[in-house]
Design a protein around this ligand. Structure first.
Ligand code: CDP
Ligand code: CDP
Length: 229
């Protein structure tokens, strides 16, 4: 092999991708790549500059003069995200960015730029990357592809719990479920690199499974698929 193995983890919002990917990368001593954070950073930029979400030429022009940087940290979160010299690690997690990111992520100008940067991160392998199109477009040759899912209700319940921990109690389960389903709908129906399971991905349905159980299941699959004796 001319590079270390690549693990691709895709799935809809709230399936547990970020949490589990981080733990799997840690266990394997691999790089962790959160591609959603990159799309969130561009959405943040577009909102900050008050560019219309569907003005693709203006967004493309803005991206030409922008530098997006991901840096590994030894703390939580393990990735620091910057746009030019501004640290946006926290700012990309606001409800406003979450509500608008899918509109920006469907633009070809945005996907082209980020795809290149993501593939550069994985050049040498030894990486666990998560997103929506990792197994289908970013790393179609990944040694192990996982499609993580859970019912919309379970995913909404998890997200609501996250928000409650942050002191946010305004949204109810039904509203959260609608928001999640709306974002999944835009992500799965867009023309370029939509959210979908790669034919050779292994689907893991995580309703009722703990983070630890999902992490162990993936590590077991890794041992089976990616190590030669
Ligand atoms: O963590 P959460 O499920 O909220 O979403 P995320 O992984 O941070 O991704 C945010 C958004 O970025 C998604 O809803 C997609 O619109 C977009 N995205 C994408 O289009 N392709 C990827 N590989 C990753 C994210
Ligand atoms: O990245 P993605 O949107 O797929 O999901 P996440 O942000 O990793 O997970 C959403 C929430 O669900 C987090 O608070 C996780 O701790 C939780 N979770 C869980 O309770 N059980 C699992 N099996 C996986 C995640």
């Amino acid at each position: 092999r001319d590079r270390e193995p690549i693990v691709a983890i895709d799935g809809p919002a709230g399936a547990g991708k970020s949490t589990v990917t981080r733990l799997v990368a840690e266990a394997l001593g691999f790089l962790y790549l959160d591609t959603g954070a990159m799309y969130r950073a561009i959405a943040w930029l577009v909102l900050e500059k008050k560019i219309a979400l569907d003005d693709e030429p203006a967004i493309a022009e803005c991206l030409e003069s922008t530098t997006l940087t991901l840096r590994r940290t030894n703390s939580t979160p393990p990735l620091q995200v910057s746009i030019d010299n501004t640290d946006v690690t926290q700012a990309i997690r606001t409800p406003q960015v979450t509500a608008n990111v899918s509109a920006v992520a469907k633009l070809s100008a945005v996907r082209q730029v980020l795809l290149k940067q993501q593939q550069q991160w994985g050049e040498k392998g030894g990486i666990v990357a998560e997103g929506r199109d990792i197994g289908t477009h970013v790393f179609p040759n990944a040694e192990l592809k996982i499609f993580l899912t859970a019912s919309a209700q379970e995913r909404a319940r998890r997200r609501l719990q996250d928000l409650a921990h942050q002191g946010e109690t305004q949204i109810d389960l039904e509203q959260m479920e609608k928001e999640i389903q709306h974002r999944d709908y835009i992500d799965s129906t867009r023309k370029i690199a939509p959210l979908c399971k790669a034919p050779d991905a292994i689907e893991l349905v995580t309703d009722g499974l703990s983070i630890e159980e999902v992490t162990q299941a993936i590590l077991k699959l890794y041992a089976r698929h990616c190590t030669t004796f």
